[in-house]
Design a protein around this ligand. Structure first.
Ligand code: UPG
Length: 493
């Protein structure tokens, strides 16, 4: 690793875990640091060879080229995990095994970074920053309530007996909204599963960073941020400053290969289209797909639906196994569906240009799995949500959207547990698209859109947090000794 050249710009290093839901917010953070703080940024990422959309996302993130993006070779973890291991476990193990490569790559840099920022699954690499004597941060591309639960899990682990999901009462987190048993994040579903011990470790490791960056903004969750900073509540657990610097989301650039979709949207009336998508990995069972198809048809609304091959159970099976999108979809729907919906609905295999769709004025509601990027893309476009949580922290996100923020409706039961029937789907769509209730929800989401914009603009809370961080990094970078630090690559860093 090189020494500090005070004539050059300070440099920040980011580490992203695999999966577009993780990579996209890291790319956006990188761009924000370049444009707002005037730093150079290098992003280390672990590529996913199962995502056909990744090259396209990377291409558009590089236009214009604001950050250096370096792919680390994915380690082979097949002999380290059970073939049945969950997506979370695989991500945790993979990011653990990436440490030697990350260490070597950072050590080989010509410059000395002012800070290293890792994402949720990369917290074991905080150790790399620590040993190199570089300021270290965690970036949580989700909301404050999720962070609160994550850092509080080591305490809940002592307090709660038996499975979290079997508790009779919501679990209390100091100063925050309690978490109902059915809302807990996937790694908490079974305390004997490896993903729980990995998540527990995360709760311990996050507060060892020098700070926590979050892709949300202060005014969205003022109470939870208050609790995270107050030593009488969660401040004593978080221990380090929390910096909400969002809502960061991609901007719609040139549309690329899917322009017909946007041409079709151009021809639809304002706020008339239901957009249906379950993020980068969400899948539905065949039974659920049939009900959703009927629900969409019965709602008599226009729609765009991003369709993936059905799985045995509604879940996140597509995460490590995405196909090329060329499969024949006709068997996924009720008979005659594709013919009947002509001119009214479009089904898109695998992947859509979501950021373009969400920015289009014809979109009236987003039926979403509530991945945090999708949530932000919806709110910042002023589009209400039909919350359809499937995995990860999405059940918490759905509660936040419906019960705290009032910008969504959701099915009575959890879609991952019970098939949502066509009548309920039809009703939810019509509640937003047709009923008076929809106008109220739309009004609230527009208020949040404005509040998010205000936070990002000059003088706004997120702008100020990011600038303050930039100043802090620059100051410590300048005062650091310009001696070259020699690092030996250890076996198990
Ligand atoms: O057809 C598609 C589907 C998705 N996207 C984009 O892919 C991203 C998906 O991110 P997100 O909505 O957050 O979903 P996941 O990929 O499922 O994200 C994972 O990461 C998020 C951030 O940590 C968590 O909130 C989620 O629960 C977790 O599943 C978004 O930017 C979408 O615009 C597309 O462009 N086209």
């Amino acid at each position: 690793m090189g020494s500090i050249d005070l004539n050059s710009k300070p440099h920040v290093v980011l580490l992203s875990s695999p999966g577009l839901g993780h990579l996209i917010p890291v790319l956006e953070l990188g761009k924000r640091i370049v444009t707002l703080c005037n730093f150079d940024v290098t992003i280390f990422m672990v590529g996913s060879d199962t995502s056909a959309a990744e090259p396209q996302v990377l291409r558009s993130a590089m236009t214009p080229k604001l950050c250096e993006i370096i792919q680390l070779p994915p380690p082979n973890i097949s002999c380290l995990i059970d073939p049945e291991a969950t997506v979370c476990t695989r991500l945790f193990v993979l990011m653990r095994e990436i440490r030697p490569a990350f260490w070597a790559a950072v050590s080989a840099l010509k410059f000395r970074p002012a800070a290293i920022i890792v994402d949720l699954f990369g917290t074991e690499s905080l150790e790399v920053a620590k040993e190199l004597g570089i300021a270290k941060y965690v970036y949580i591309a989700s909301n404050a309530w999720f962070l609160a639960l994550t850092i509080y899990v080591p305490i809940l682990d002592k307090e709660v007996e038996g499975e979290f999901v079997l508790q009779k009462e919501p679990m209390k987190i100091p100063g925050c909204r309690p978490v109902r048993p059915e809302e807990v994040v996937d790694p908490m579903l079974d305390r004997t599963n490896q993903q729980y011990s990995e998540y527990f470790r995360l709760g311990i490791e996050i507060p060892t960073a020098d700070g926590i960056l979050m892709n949300t903004w202060e005014a969205l969750e003022p109470t939870t941020f208050g609790a995270l900073r107050d030593v009488k509540f969660l401040g004593r657990v978080a221990k380090v400053p929390v910096f909400p610097i969002g809502p960061l989301r991609r901007q719609a650039g040139p549309c690329g290969s899917n322009c017909e979709l946007l041409d079709w949207l151009d021809q639809q009336p304002k706020e008339s289209v239901v957009y249906v998508s379950f993020g980068s990995g969400g899948t539905l069972s065949l039974e659920q797909m049939i009900e959703l198809a009927w629900g969409l048809e019965r709602s008599q609304q226009r729609f765009i639906w991003v369709v993936r091959q059905p799985t045995v159970k509604t879940g996140d099976a597509a995460f490590f196994t995405q196909g090329d999108g060329a499969d024949d979809m006709s068997g996924y729907f009720p008979e005659g569906f594709l013919t009947r919906i002509q001119n009214v609905g479009l089904v898109v295999p695998q992947w859509s240009p979501q950021i373009h769709i969400m920015s289009h004025p014809s979109v009236g509601v987003f039926l979403s799995h509530c991945g945090w990027n999708s949530v932000l893309e919806s709110i910042t476009a002023g589009v209400p949500i039909i919350a359809w949580p499937i995995y990860a922290e999405q059940r918490m996100n759905a509660t936040l959207l419906t019960e705290e923020l009032g910008v969504a409706v959701r099915p009575k039961n959890l879609p991952a547990k019970e098939v949502v029937k066509r009548e309920e789907i039809e009703r939810m769509i019509r509640r937003i698209m047709v009923d008076e209730e929809g106008s109220e929800i739309r009004k609230r989401v527009r208020e949040l859109k404005d509040s998010g914009e205000k936070a990002l603009n000059e003088g706004g809370s997120s702008f100020n947090y990011m600038s303050a961080l930039g100043n802090e990094w620059e100051k410590s970078w300048k005062t650091q000794s310009s001696e070259t630090i020699t690092v030996v690559v250890g076996e198990d860093k």
